[in-house]
Design a protein around this ligand. Structure first.
Ligand code: GTP
Ligand code: MG
Length: 363
């Protein structure tokens, strides 16, 4: 009997131990389970990273959509305050319209264009008895009409048989190299193959500055020896772009004053030679510093005559510039402002939108 009880106890202990082993086995995760768990954890992290990137992208999109009004800063303020008070009184006093014209002149719109704009705005109003908002609407409509009707796209060759060349010209320090850097970033991100031509061989530091932007944007750069012929550097860059199947060459040139005849002749040579190989110059962009105001227009006229400018990049509108210069450039030169620079960072280049700009001036 005791033997039977002992045997029964042994069997019980064996059964309990076996059950415990089975349960433990079931609980221990298999290699596949572990992999699945790891994958889920990685997935969660990836989701969080993607989410954060999306938030950041949303943030930068929001930044660019609110940018023009906010980032015009002083350029806007120069016009809004004096205009506002003059417009309030246009129905009660004819002199108030003269003050509107003066406000436009002070904001760099230019003498002739300012009086023309005021006359045309007044003609839009059915009678002298109008409210301030009707006066403002008439002025805005007039400005919008004057700024409208320009093609602001940056042209590329349609045949796709080789690279398009965008050549950048202008006086010293206006922002040519920085604008090229910003565009290199934008265009490579949009999927273009971009080659930068360091056509400013005047200063060694100029090519280094461009090389820094090339690195940031993963664009290829072609540079020549110090003092090399800028036309040959641009030519070589175009051939290099063609050989690597790149679509776009952004060609930098040294800053020069519009009054220096030999340097203007050199620029004409760059423009001529750039087209001789496998590429076509589809844009010659004049980079103007908006803070130079009406002086910039004199430069612009000379450059337009020398190299057939196809568009203007107006830089430093975030600084102490006056927004009216945009109107003056287009009215006096008949050349479209295509891009606006509002800072020194890669994202601080905005395609110019006339309607948004006029709204921003009065908002
Ligand atoms: N605030 C502001 N600064 C700018 C803008 N664009 C360029 N700059 C600054 O202006 C200075 C001159 O810019 P660069 O790009 O070197 O000008 P550049 O026309 O190439 O000059 P040169 O090669 O000497 O003729 C730099 O300090 C830039 O960071 C802009 O839109 N806003
Ligand atoms: Mg430069």
């Amino acid at each position: 009997m005791t033997l039977e009880i002992l045997l029964a106890l042994v069997v019980l202990v064996v059964v309990v131990l076996a059950a415990a082993v089975v349960v433990r086995r079931r609980r221990r995760p298999s290699a596949a389970d572990a992999l699945r768990d790891d994958a889920a954890a990685v997935g969660e992290v990836a989701d969080r990273v993607v989410g954060r990137l999306a938030e950041r992208a949303d943030g930068s999109a929001a930044r660019s959509s609110v940018s023009l009004r906010d980032r015009l800063g002083k350029a806007r303020a120069a016009l809004t305050a004096p205009l506002g008070s003059a417009l309030e009184r246009t129905s009660t006093s004819a002199e108030a319209w003269t003050e509107v014209a003066e406000a436009l002149i002070r904001a760099d719109v230019g003498l002739a264009a300012s009086s023309e704009i005021v006359e045309a705005a007044r003609a839009r109003l059915p009678s002298a008895a109008h409210g301030a908002s009707a006066a403002q609407e008439a002025l805005q409509a007039e400005l919008r009409e004057r700024l409208d009707g320009f093609d602001r796209s940056l042209a590329r060759r349609a045949d796709g048989d080789g690279p398009s060349i965008w050549l950048f010209v202008g006086v010293n320090g206006t922002g040519k190299t920085t604008t090229i850097g910003k565009l290199a970033q934008r265009e490579t991100q949009a999927g273009s193959g971009v080659v930068l031509a360091a056509g400013d061989t005047f200063r060694a530091a100029a090519a280094d500055q461009l090389a820094m932007w090339a690195e940031r944007s993963s664009a290829h750069i072609v540079r020549g020896a110090a003092g090399a012929d800028p036309a040959s550097v641009v030519y070589d860059a175009v051939e290099s772009a063609a050989a690597r199947g790149a679509d776009l060459v952004l060609a930098d040139t040294a800053g020069r004053f519009h009054t220096e005849q030999n340097l203007m002749a050199e620029l004409q040579k760059v423009r001529r030679v750039a087209d001789r190989g496998s590429g076509v110059v589809t844009e010659t962009l004049l980079v103007l510093d908006a803070t130079t105001g009406q002086n910039g227009l004199a430069q612009a006229r000379q450059f337009t005559e020398a190299v057939d400018v196809t568009g203007v990049v107006l830089t430093k509108l975030d600084g102490s510039a006056k927004g009216g210069i945009v109107v003056a450039v287009q009215a006096e030169l008949g050349v479209a402002v295509k891009l606006v620079g509002v800072g020194e960072q890669a994202g601080d280049l905005i395609p110019f939108d006339a309607s948004e700009f006029v709204d921003a001036l009065f908002a």
